[in-house]
Design a protein around this ligand. Structure first.
Ligand SMILES: [Zn+2]
Length: 248
């Protein structure tokens, strides 16, 4: 015969209660884990446009020395598949950038990144590992690492036009938010901060975008529900074509 004292019964109830609370917390944890997966769509968010930003007199390419000699230019994705091409369709959605690697296969680490024109720094994301003291605690660096977004204004056919240049995975960030920068000014170094997609870890390269709208630095087409070329082209343009057509 089992004889339980009052104290034993209270302890048993306590254990059952603790088990129930643990199960509830575990369910909440698992549920929240599922709701923040990669397929979740969040609307685009925007940075504040800087008015009266001095116009740049033209654009150079983003890596020292302002030309792309020695850098591999990815092919047109309609001709040859290349993960680094503009508008290539990948597992993580449409790639709205060009990825620059060295043509001879050597490491791109540490090459100087230059501002493509006069402009103003409108968004910066600090990578949690590269800049732990400056990281804002958000997940904006996930998949991106360090990010620098610069607004450029320029005159075309008598009217002010505006684009936004994005430099991703940089090793360092040599500018501050709201800094006014000049064409060919050093803004960071080529790196591979958080250059991971799925199981692939990318070597050092520059992921370079030109946006025509003021979306935040960490904007990504698939995450925002943009799944067609036409939808992406509402916010992005071909970065090399743009620079080629707007030399000083
Ligand atoms: Zn890329």
């Amino acid at each position: 015969m089992i004889h339980r004292t009052k104290q034993q019964i209270v302890m048993t109830k306590d254990i059952i209660l603790r088990g129930t609370i643990f199960t509830l917390l575990l369910s909440l944890f698992l549920f929240s884990g599922c709701s923040s997966n990669d397929d979740e769509i969040t609307p685009l968010t925007y940075v504040t446009i800087v008015e009266n930003n001095p116009q740049t007199d033209g654009f150079d390419f983003p890596i020292y020395s302002g030309e792309m000699t020695g850098w591999k230019i990815p092919p047109n994705p309609s001709v040859t598949y290349d993960e680094g091409s503009f508008l290539v369709h990948r597992d993580d959605g449409i790639h709205p950038a060009i990825d620059f690697f060295r043509e001879d296969g050597s490491s791109a680490e540490g090459y100087e990144l230059w501002s493509i024109g006069d402009g103003v720094v409108v968004d910066i994301v600090y990578d949690r590992e590269a800049y732990p003291s400056k990281w804002d605690g958000s997940d904006r660096d996930e998949g991106w690492g360090n990010l620098i977004l610069i607004q450029h204004d320029y005159l075309e056919n008598g009217v002010n036009n505006r684009i936004f240049a994005l430099y991703a995975h940089t090793k360092t960030i040599e500018v501050e938010l709201n800094d006014v920068v000049q064409r060919n000014q050093l803004i960071g170094l080529v790196g591979k901060t958080d250059g991971v997609s799925g199981t692939v870890t990318w070597p050092d390269h520059l992921h370079f975008e030109i946006r025509i709208t003021n979306i935040t630095a960490d904007s990504w087409p698939k995450s925002s529900g943009l799944t067609t070329d036409a939808e992406v082209l509402e916010h992005w343009t071909h970065p090399l074509d743009f620079v080629s057509e707007h030399r000083p």
